[in-house]
Design a protein around this ligand. Sequence first.
Ligand code: CA
Length: 177
Amino acid sequence: VPGAQLITFDGLGAGTTSPYTDGIATYSFSGGSPFVIGSVASQYAAPPNDETTYLSGGSPDKSNPVTISFSVPIVYFGFYYGSPDEYNTIDFYQGASVVGSFNGLTLLPPDGGDQTVGQYMNFNVVNGSVDKIVLSSPIAAFETDNHAFVAAPEPASFALIGLGFLVLRGCTYRRRK
Ligand SMILES: [Ca+2]
């Protein structure tokens, strides 16, 4: 998606502590670092063809939930999703309100944690923006990689347009003199 900030988690690991910030996104988690690589039976499975570090929530000794908060509101979120489970939940927040909620069954049916299933998911905020995303999985596991975000147009851009307009009016005034 044009203008998106991509987070690959590559280079992170068991020693990465909460909160972890990359660009506009800050990941908060309690318990063990959710950044893993490869597969461990009954704990987490790498999304198909993903040999890099990814984010796994809900595994034993791993974090649940993982909260992503933003320094500026976002209008788009995308991620590579592996082995979908119905108990993988993603909630989009506007302030304290949940404005969108999805799970592995609604996103990639049928669910059941099939480890050969992987697909990139795209979420566009059609009305307003989102300032927090919560990834939850009470049991193993919710595996995602390559998170992408698009920030909402900044109010500063509008201020700049306003300034340009004022300058233009100033020129017109001088010409009349
Ligand atoms: Ca990665």
